[in-house]
Design a protein around this ligand. Structure first.
Ligand code: GLC
Ligand code: CA
Length: 571
């Protein structure tokens, strides 16, 4: 029924897409836990490891088989744990190493993998290494960080920190500046120092020895710095400093360090790896994940919320997905995600968190789970959790949002305009506490939550959706189950139909005699289906309109945010 003319390319016959020994990663469905906001077990307002443990039943029922824990290490929490003061210790607020071991064992008992966040571009300034390194110019750890003499009595160059101000901070005891690409409490580690690299590698081995199944590797594109520290050519921000760019990201030296990690740990120990990378194109992404590079299994490209919010469109999303598929289908694998702790809530960004909240949240989930690659679900997306609108900048926590707020005031914006911007971009949108039920604070804590709960928890919460077969949560469960039952979803190739309608996203997945057709309407309006795509055989397996009875046989258009998975043929 599908006219050949619509295919972008002849099928190349590559049924199996990946390196055989790592085949297991194709069957993962990863759930990202942001522990601070997941579940508080002791009423101090902060989510913790015993809280995660309490919710493993929920995760098992959802069907995910891997958990990625955002950092749980000892940290003063300048950047919510992405500033580590003890790599082999657990943050006191989160619990103890025994709690972590219990979590590991309980995950493994349930057949779930445990993936840890690995933050090794920088540490906390409260890490003992930094305390020692900053005490003098000659101590054992003197070269563990990136120190530079003043240039003309000032910072060595014009680089801005991601979170605002200069990327350099002066330390009188050394009469030198240290580099921090992120906050000044996140000094960059000096990967050029062999002793430092050894410390990191042995720390990684230590975790693998303790049963860690994989790493999500944070901000990994910046390990190697150009030793001449050239000025950034980009125009200065209102505070006078310029964001760094390609002079730091993705240098050949960084790739060499990643390959060392691979040789020492990843490959030898069959650990799963996903790198968080800063890339300007999918072509650059390939440098981190193409199988012959021996770097990561898959990558999460970082796109700043401010950029994503203003540049995304269904057309661009389709093109990016296609481009990523085309480039990697014979030599790599994909991390599939729409959300994480650095992004706005997906239903608010890509869907419609008002009139079409439920169907659009389902449609996005259906997109995520029907594309080739390993799906990553971020906590709360399975409930359709939305962005929040706090009343005051004081309610926000994200250092990035606060910096942008102040930059905007410097540029002459009014406090209301700057606050509106924070509402749009703040990473706190993803970090408001998990909405478990309709009790105060959404059942996240019996105390005062560290970040306010989204007031819509009375309507949007897990308990309300658990008993409802047509909830977003039930749709996610069905999707994960479908993926297990239909290898075409985890193993099949992707053939897209190149359509002139931007809002129509249609593709086919095929594997060993099974053929699935997936249709999405990425808009709030009805959208007629081109003749060749009106299904006339097979059966609908899942629909975002299941509450209304699902796919209406004979219909020739898709309703707003309608999404349907058809099985056209089976083996
Ligand atoms: C990554 C993390 C982000 C953090 C930054 C610095 O982008 O995802 O949350 O702020 O690295 O570690
Ligand atoms: Ca707690």
């Amino acid at each position: 029924i599908l006219p050949k003319i619509w295919y972008d390319e002849e099928k190349k016959g590559a049924d199996d897409l990946m390196i055989p020994e790592k085949d297991w990663i194709k069957d993962l469905v990863v759930y990202q836990v942001y522990p601070r906001s997941f579940c508080d077990s002791n009423g101090d307002g902060i989510g913790d490891l015993p809280g995660v443990l309490q919710k493993l039943d929920y995760l098992e029922e959802l069907g995910v088989n891997a958990i990625w824990l955002s950092p749980v290490y000892k940290s003063p929490n300048d950047d919510n744990g992405y500033d580590i003061a003890g790599y082999q210790e657990i943050m006191e607020e989160f619990g103890t190493m025994e709690d972590w071991e219990r979590l590991r064992d309980d995950c493994h008992r349930r057949g779930m993998k445990l993936i840890m966040d690995l933050v090794v571009n920088h540490s906390s300034d409260e890490h003992p290494w930094f305390v020692e390194s900053s005490s003098s110019r000659d101590n054992d750890k003197a070269d563990y960080y990136i120190w530079h003499d003043p240039v003309n009595g000032k910072e060595p160059n014009n680089w801005a920190s991601v979170f605002g101000g200069s990327a350099w901070e002066y330390v009188p005891a050394r009469g030198q500046y240290y580099l921090h690409l992120f906050s000044k409490k996140q000094p960059d580690l000096n990967w050029a120092c062999p002793a430092l690299r050894e410390e990191i590698f042995s720390m990684m081995e230590w975790w693998v020895d303790r049963g860690v199944d994989g790493f999500r590797v944070d901000a990994i594109s910046y390990l190697d710095k150009p030793q001449d520290f050239p000025d950034s050519p980009l125009p200065p921000q209102p505070d006078g400093y310029s964001m760094f760019g390609s002079e730091i990201a993705g240098r050949e030296g960084t790739h060499a360090y990643i390959r060392q990690m691979g040789e020492r740990i990843f490959r030898k120990r069959n650990v799963f790896t996903v790198g968080e990378v800063s890339v300007a194109s999918t072509q650059e992404l390939l440098d981190y994940v193409a199988s012959d590079r021996d770097e990561f299994d898959m990558a999460i490209p970082f796109v700043a919320p401010v950029v994503e919010i203003h540049t995304w469109s269904p057309r661009k999303m389709k093109e990016d997905i296609w481009e990523g598929y085309r480039l990697l289908k014979d030599c790599g694998w994909w991390a599939r995600f729409l959300s994480n702790h650095d992004k706005p809530r997906q239903v608010s960004l890509y869907g419609d968190d008002k009139e079409h909240w439920e169907v659009s949240a389902k449609m996005l989930g259906m997109l995520l789970h029907t594309l080739p690659g390993t799906p990553f679900v971020y906590q709360g997306e399975e409930l359709g959790m939305t962005d929040v609108r706090f009343d005051s900048i004081q309610d926000y926590d994200d250092p990035d949002a606060k910096n942008r707020y102040h930059q905007m005031l410097l540029e002459g914006a009014s406090p209301e305009e700057a606050l509106d911007q924070a509402r749009l971009e703040s990473r706190d949108n993803a970090r408001t506490p998990m909405q478990w039920d309709a009790s105060p604070n959404g059942g996240f804590t019996t105390g005062t939550p560290w970040l306010k709960v989204n007031p819509n928890y009375k309507i949007i919460n897990a308990a309300a959706q658990q008993g409802d077969p047509h909830s977003i949560l039930s749709c996610y469960k069905a999707l994960i189950a479908l993926r297990k039952a239909h290898p075409a979803l985890s193993r099949g190739d992707l053939e897209r139909f190149d359509l002139p309608q931007d809002q129509l996203f249609c593709y086919r997945r095929r594997y060993q005699g099974e053929e699935l057709l997936v249709l999405h309407n990425f808009s709030g309006e009805d959208c007629p289906l081109p003749g060749g795509l009106i299904p006339s055989r097979g059966k609908a397996l899942l629909s975002s309109y299941d509450r209304e009875g699902g796919w209406r046989p004979g219909s020739t258009s898709l309703r707003p945010y309608e999404s349907v998975i058809f099985q056209l043929s089976h083996p």
